[in-house]
Design a binder for this molecule. Structure first.
Ligand code: PLP
Length: 384
């Protein structure tokens, strides 16, 4: 069977070491052996999330941690600022609305990053806002936001900054403590090279103070239960044992390479993808492109859905289409996690073939050549 090449922003391909770990016999979670493993992996996650604060682990997809942030930090009637700009940012708004939070939204056009000044203005106009919700990499548009500037502005207010780094972590820089981000959430199935099923959250003392004052109803996501269990390296509910075993294998690979090197490598993949796409005469969609995912405008006269379907049917390369209003207008090539230079090149080749089949005039081999030229500059960094 030909293997699919997943150039998708979650799930991402699994390294053999992770697949082997997933296949091991399961162990029980209420044992010293598991607690020691759980402790080690959460320490590894502190390194990856660049924080000295304890990391909370949920058995859920990334959205579970987003919901946990909203219900634990805020109470009904509280005011919060949500930075928009894509489908995932809009999820923050929906979550806040569901839990009775008064939301102030900062509109951002799809494909653009928020202007930090807009955040500063919103904080000035809403001095009672308790939280600012932001997105590091807006996966639906391929944009990376300027989190350091947003953090600096939020720090001058009483609000905490909550960052969705679900797809951004390990692809784009995310210096939790150094930048002063109060809460970071992430998930397992993107840069961490794991299957879906784990979500993580880091909180600093300012954020924990809000958790203790919070009045929203909460049960499964009640962070107070997780904090109490964590004192014994334990979880309040059954841990996703096998995925945590695999997390240790993934962390070994990531920490062996180094967090900065992992991000640099992802940046190189992104540069190669962008160079290849441009060489094929296509336009990038994001004004401030993330290292994790390259969003590309579908050329005029081409059906975007047909294009991505052809890439899969002909070449077994899976890329992501546009979400919501962007469906058919853009497609997205992800290069986060366990992606090799050859995968990026295969993606560019599949794109060229599909474009040609749809009658688009493309210079034969131009995308692959441009991508290879970038990757060749740093062969040692690019190696899988
Ligand atoms: C993937 C993703 C999510 C959603 O995660 P789930 O694991 O599907 O719940 C949220 N935000 C961003 C930016 C993402 O890329």
């Amino acid at each position: 069977m030909t293997q699919d090449i997943l150039l998708t922003p979650g799930p991402t391909p699994l390294p053999p070491e992770v697949r082997e770990a997933l296949a091991r016999p399961i162990i029980h979670h209420r044992t010293g052996q598991y607690r020691a493993l759980f402790k080690r992996t959460l320490q590894g996650m502190q390194t990856v999330m660049q924080t000295s604060k304890p990391v909370i682990c949920f058995t859920s997809s990334g959205t579970g941690a987003m919901e946990a942030a909203v219900v634990n930090l805020l109470s009904p009637g509280d005011e919060a600022i949500v930075i928009l700009g894509g489908k995932f940012a809009e999820r923050w708004e929906r979550l806040c609305t569901v839990y009775g939070i008064t939301t102030v939204t900062i509109p951002v056009a799809y494909g653009e990053a928020v202007k930090p000044q807009a955040v500063s203005d919103a904080l000035g106009a809403h001095p009672n806002a308790k939280a600012v919700f932001a997105t590091l990499c807006e996966t639906s548009t391929g944009v990376v936001n300027e989190i350091p500037a947003i953090a600096a502005m939020t720090r001058k207010s009483r609000a905490v900054l909550v960052v969705d780094a679900i797809s951004g972590l390990l692809a784009d820089e995310c210096q939790t403590d150094a930048w002063g981000i109060d809460v970071v959430v992430t998930g397992s199935q993107k840069g961490l090279m794991l299957p879906p099923g784990l979500a993580f959250m880091s909180l600093n003392d300012r954020a924990w103070a809000l958790v203790d004052q919070g009045k929203s109803p909460r049960f499964y996501t009640d962070l107070r239960l997780y904090r109490k269990a964590l004192a014994d390296d334990d979880t309040p509910f059954t841990s996703a044992v096998s995925t945590v075993v695999a997390l240790e294998a993934a962390l070994q690979l990531i920490l062996q390479r180094g967090v900065p090197q992992t991000i640099q490598r992802c940046a190189l993949m992104a540069e190669a993808a962008r160079a290849g796409v441009r060489a094929l005469g296509l336009k990038l969609f994001a004004s401030r492109p993330s290292n994790g995912v390259t969003a590309v405008a579908v050329p005029d006269g081409i059906d975007g859905k047909q294009l991505t379907k052809l890439m899969y049917d002909r070449s077994r390369v899976m890329v992501a289409g546009g979400q919501g209003e962007m469906a058919g207008k853009i497609f997205r090539i992800a290069h986060m996690g366990y992606i090799a230079p050859d995968d990026v090149v295969a993606g560019l080749d599949a794109l060229e073939q599909a474009l040609a089949e749809l009658g688009c005039r493309v210079a034969a081999g131009a995308g692959v050549k441009a991508g290879r030229a970038v990757l060749g500059q740093s062969a040692s960094l690019a190696a899988r």
